[in-house]
Every structure is written in structure tokens, then in C-alpha cells.
Design a protein around this ligand. Structure first.
Ligand SMILES: [Zn+2]
Length: 359
């Protein structure tokens, strides 16, 4: 398995995705995200296979910079599907780069500083408030100044974890907040442009398929080069057995798992999709591929956010913060890239096999 599906810019990734989709015979639709930018920013959707056939839906780049990894898996898959025998009676819908601004700017958040995985709220009244605990951490998470090399972030983070517990910290920090527009994990005040593209077009993309397995590709959480599949339903769900049969019990994590790797986010993409397609057999996994430890990753997200809001774009502080964020969500290590591409394709293959058991 080659690692050459990894691009070095958003524009390159977009071009390669569209070329691979075209070569595989997919239809491609593009949705411009109207934001001032040097590059054209768009979500591209490639669809392959018969209308109405059981569907594998693969989305990438909800968290911008994570799209380097997600795009690579999508391109690797398209190259495989190029060989007709690999297709079978399955429809593939690939959403490339849900957050093109973040992807192009090496950000996890979008043009409105929004974490899109906190923006899919079914009730507009819920775009307010922040979890208990976020206010007291705001000063630590979101200093109103450029990042500094000399700040003892790691010590501060360890102290905060020691006082709160890692799980409580993950929950209150990363669960989503709607009160601090320049802060980390801000969920927005209304549905963002990308969110509206999904709202307006997902019915057309899915068509009349009755069986859908959605794999949303993420990176930056968990052990290096390994993965977990986070569900949008709890351990009590009648579907749990289907997930563990399909993907293996050791990598499947239902919602609300005590001491789990994840935290409960508000307004996630997958939960909204699952509710929207509730009358169909719709299964969702957020596939999270690990990179570095939580403190390093949180430090990178925090430094990049400070650089984005308070640094000169030509400064070395800005460039270093971007480079570290990219490394934290898409390590340059060839072995990481090879392993995650192989695992990504394996999960998609397992999902394709498991479509037959969906009922
Ligand atoms: Zn993510």
C-alpha cells in the first residue's frame, strides 16, 4: 500500500479526489463555500453505483485539517473501485472535505471558528450555553494573545487534569460550547454554510437507498496509528450486536461509555444524520485514528487557535502553530500513513460486507 494518496495542500487533495472519482466513473457535484480565500473552497461529493443500492457513505474533513487523512483514504478507495470487479452491488457516496476552510488553512475549526461536529443541532434554541466547567477553563484554553514557546502549557494541562480528572476535562472542554466565539470547540450560533450544504443535499445524495452505513473519518484521538469506531447510539441499542459483528467488539465504542476514549459532544454530524434517516436502516461510525497523546494534541489545537486570532500570518509563531497542528492530525511518518490507510480501507471493506446483514 503506497502512502502517496496524502496531499500537501487542500487544493491538491481536492484535485486528486476529483480526478480519482472521475477515473472510477463517479458523478461529481461541487458545493462552493462562499468565503474570502485565495483558493476556491468547496465540498465535493462523488457518487458511484446504482441509485437505490445499499450505500456506503464516507465523509472526510469535518474537522478541516483532519481531511488530509480522510481524503487519502477516499482517494485510495476510489483507486480500488476503479477496478470494476471490486464494486459489487454497492453504491458509494463520498463527501470530500466537509470543512474546506479548515482544511485549506490547517485549522480544525471553520471560517466562523466553529467546530462543525458541534453545529448539527436539531433545535435552534440549543445554540447557547457552555458546559459547567468551561467558564473556569476559558482563561487556560483561550488566552487572548499569540502562542508562546516559553509557556509551560504541559504543566498547566497536567495540573488541570489532576484537579478535574481527564474524562471530566475532555467532557467540559471538548463536548462543545456556544458562548465563546473565539474559543475552542465553539459550536456556532446557527447552522454554518457547510452544515446547510449537508441539510439541503443529503436526501439527494442518498436517494432511495434503504440501507446506509456512514463512516465519518477523523484523526487525532486515541493510540498512535490505531483506531476506534464511535457510535451515535448507546450500549443499550438493539443494533450494538450488528456493529460488533461487523467491525469487531474491541474497536467499537457506544455512546456514554464510562472511561471510554471519547466524550459526549453536542450537535455531532452523525447523530443528526442518524435521526434524519431514522426510517431507513442507517448505521453510523465516527472512525477516529490516533496520533499523539491528548496533551500534545490539545496543546496544538490551543496554540493554533491563538495564532489564528492573534498572530501575524507571516510570523514564525503562526507557521510553527500550523505545522504542529498538521503533524498532530496527520503525522508525516510514512508508517503511520500506511497503517491508517490500510485500516481505513479495511473498515470500509467490513462495512461493505456487513451491508448484507442490515435489516
Ligand atoms: Zn475529528
Amino acid at each position: 500500500m503506497s502512502t502517496n494518496h496524502f496531499s500537501s495542500t487542500f487544493t491538491q487533495a481536492r484535485k486528486r479526489f476529483k480526478n480519482a472519482a472521475h477515473a472510477a466513473g463517479a458523478t461529481i457535484s461541487s458545493y462552493q463555500i462562499d468565503v474570502e480565500s485565495e483558493q476556491e473552497l468547496a465540498i465535493d461529493v462523488a457518487i458511484l453505483g446504482e441509485e437505490g443500492a445499499p450505500t456506503i457513505l464516507i465523509s472526510s474533513g469535518v474537522h478541516g485539517v483532519e481531511g488530509f487523512f480522510g481524503s487519502a483514504v477516499q482517494c485510495a478507495l476510489l483507486n480500488q473501485l476503479n477496478q470494476v470487479s471490486a464494486r459489487s452491488n454497492v453504491r458509494y457516496v463520498m463527501i470530500h472535505s466537509v470543512n474546506p476552510f479548515g482544511f485549506s488553512q490547517l485549522r480544525r475549526f471553520n471560517e466562523d471558528n466553529v467546530d462543525l461536529n458541534r453545529n448539527f443541532l436539531s433545535n435552534a434554541d440549543h445554540y447557547n450555553s457552555a458546559p459547567d466547567g468551561y467558564a473556569s477553563l476559558n482563561g487556560f484554553l483561550n488566552p487572548e494573545s499569540p502562542p508562546s514557546k516559553f509557556e509551560p502549557f504541559k504543566l498547566k494541562a497536567l495540573w488541570t487534569i489532576w484537579r478535574n480528572g481527564l474524562q471530566a476535562l475532555k467532557q467540559s472542554v471538548a463536548g462543545g460550547q456556544y458562548q465563546y466565539p473565539k474559543g475552542l470547540f465553539f459550536g456556532g450560533n446557527r447552522p454554518c454554510k457547510s452544515t446547510r450544504v449537508i441539510y439541503d443535499n443529503c436526501d439527494a445524495w442518498i436517494g432511495s437507498s434503504e440501507k446506509i452505513i456512514h463512516i465519518d473519518l477523523h484523526s487525532g484521538l486515541g493510540d498512535y496509528a490505531s483506531y476506534k469506531l464511535f457510535l451515535a447510539e448507546g450500549a443499550e441499542s438493539k443494533n450494538l450486536g450488528w456493529y460488533t459483528d461487523a467491525f469487531g467488539a474491541d474497536c467499537v465504542e457506544p455512546l456514554d461509555q464510562p472511561e471510554g476514549t471519547a466524550y459526549k459532544a453536542t450537535g455531532p454530524f452523525g447523530e443528526w444524520m442518524q435521526k434524519h434517516f431514522t426510517s431507513r436502516e442507517y448505521r453510523f461510525v465516527a472512525a477516529e485514528f490516533g496520533t499523539y497523546d491528548v496533551i500534545r494534541v490539545l496543546g496544538a489545537i490551543r496554540a493554533e487557535n491563538r495564532a489564528h486570532h492573534y498572530s501575524d500570518k507571516t510570523s514564525s509563531a503562526y507557521k510553527n502553530a500550523k505545522a504542529e497542528l498538521l503533524e498532530c492530525f496527520c503525522p508525516s511518518d510514512a508508517s503511520w500513513r500506511r497503517q491508517v490507510t490500510e485500516s481505513g480501507l479495511k473498515i470500509i471493506f467490513q462495512a461493505t460486507q456487513a451491508l448484507g446483514n442490515l435489516e
